[in-house]
Design a protein around this ligand. Structure first.
Ligand code: V0V
Ligand code: CO
Length: 146
């Protein structure tokens, strides 16, 4: 069951400048940064609020590592902006299977590694009314980090 918004993924061309915008404008601090080679991104997670199911809600700022990555291609076409939404679930495997059975294309056969050790998969935007949609199961982890 999808129980929360895990994050909103925002594509940017300059991660440091975008992080600074969110800090200076709203007071959001960086909770975690990471490079995900497989996904072709350098990312910063800004924690918005905690939730009761082991996950939380974040903004995920994404700068592409390569022009031919998903975020790189999207930026070249659209410029900076909202790239995807991610729903949190305790069971990404089961929820992805159930959604695939409804005829929506799930992009991966098995979930892959996402931010902070989470397990993630994506639904094709053309099957989701134009919205690239991610499903996330958070890794069990300590509540605070930097
Ligand atoms: C592409 N399209 C999108 C889109 N990306 N529509 C809405 N939102 C997006 N983000 C549209 C695009 O405009 C085209 O429409 C069509 O889909 C095909 O796009 P394309 O440019 O030809 O690109 P493809 O087909 O090579 O790749 C599109 C997909 C790709 C969605 C398959 O971006 C992908 O695999 N995404 C999943 C992985 C990902 O996004 N990773 C980065 C975040 P027209 O022109 O044909 O109408 S990593 C992350 O979130 C992590 C690590 C985490 O959360 O932990
Ligand atoms: Co994401």
């Amino acid at each position: 069951m999808l129980t929360r918004i895990d994050h909103i993924g925002i594509a940017c061309t300059d991660l440091d400048a975008t992080v600074e915008f969110y800090r200076a404008t709203y007071g959001f601090e960086v909770f975690h940064t990471e490079v995900n080679e497989e996904q072709g991104v350098r990312e910063a997670m800004l924690k918005i609020n905690g939730t009761s199911d082991g996950g939380a809600s974040y903004l995920q700022l994404l700068q592409p590592l390569r022009d031919d990555s998903p975020v790189g291609k999207w930026l070249a076409k659209n410029g900076e902006g909202v790239h995807h939404i991610a729903f949190g679930t305790a069971d990404v495997d089961g929820d992805a299977e159930a959604i695939r059975d409804k005829g929506v294309r799930v992009l991966y056969d098995a979930p892959r590694t996402g931010s902070m050790g989470s397990r993630i998969t994506f639904l094709h935007p053309k099957d989701c009314h134009g919205v690239l949609t991610e499903l996330v199961t958070s890794a069990p982890r300590p509540a605070e980090e930097h």
